[in-house]
Design a protein around this ligand. Structure first.
Ligand code: GRF
Length: 186
């Protein structure tokens, strides 16, 4: 199965996929390309593994991404911390072939504007004692596609945003590669 990974940040999730491919956990997965909508550390991780890497224009990223994917035989697009919202034309063309990782237990704390530390602040403000992360299919509606895998962690009374970031990262490490594995073996 050939995948394209879309990133915008530190690329820890991208690295987890790279590691899972290298360790053989994702034995029939190949990362064909990485795309990013901004300058970010994930680019270094990608180039370090000689993966074809595209930096998309912030204004035309949906069209640019579609262009880069033409004739490429990609089976799955993985949004691994990709912060731009893809146009409906794009998500419809790739229906059931795009997955996203989100740092909360969707449908809680999802939707437009809910990303990064904003999610963790909302979780802390809610008083919820359990949070987690979700891997789901991407549709035109932000964070609303079918859920593939979720993982949870406990929110302690003294937890700050940085604690939740650390705990989410641990959960994401497991569930993103698990979701990709499930799809690659289906
Ligand atoms: C993750 O928490 C992901 O859920 C999100 O942004 C973070 C990405 O981090 N929306 P990284 O770029 O994979 O390090």
């Amino acid at each position: 199965m050939k995948i394209a990974v879309f990133v915008s940040g530190g690329g820890t999730n991208l690295q987890n996929i790279i590691d899972a491919v290298e360790s053989g956990y994702l034995s029939n997965v190949e990362i064909s390309m990485v795309m990013t909508d901004r300058d970010c550390f994930a680019i270094e991780r990608s180039l370090d593994k000689n993966i074809r890497t595209y930096v998309l224009d912030r204004k035309t990223f949906s069209e640019d991404a579609a262009h880069n994917l033409e004739g490429e035989d990609i089976d799955l697009i993985v949004l691994a911390g990709f912060l731009s919202i893809l146009k409906p034309e794009f998500t419809q063309n790739w229906q059931n072939k795009i997955i996203n990782i989100h740092p909360s237990l969707l449908p809680k704390f999802g939707g437009k504007g809910m990303y990064g530390s904003k999610v963790h602040e909302a979780v802390l403000a809610s008083g919820d004692k359990i949070s987690g992360a979700t891997v789901h299919y991407v549709t035109a509606e932000v964070d609303e596609g079918d859920i593939i895998v979720q993982g949870t962690f406990e929110v302690e009374d003294e937890d700050q945003v940085s604690d939740l970031q650390r705990k989410v990262a641990e959960v994401e490490k497991k569930i993103l590669v698990e979701a990709i594995k499930q799809i690659s073996e289906a």
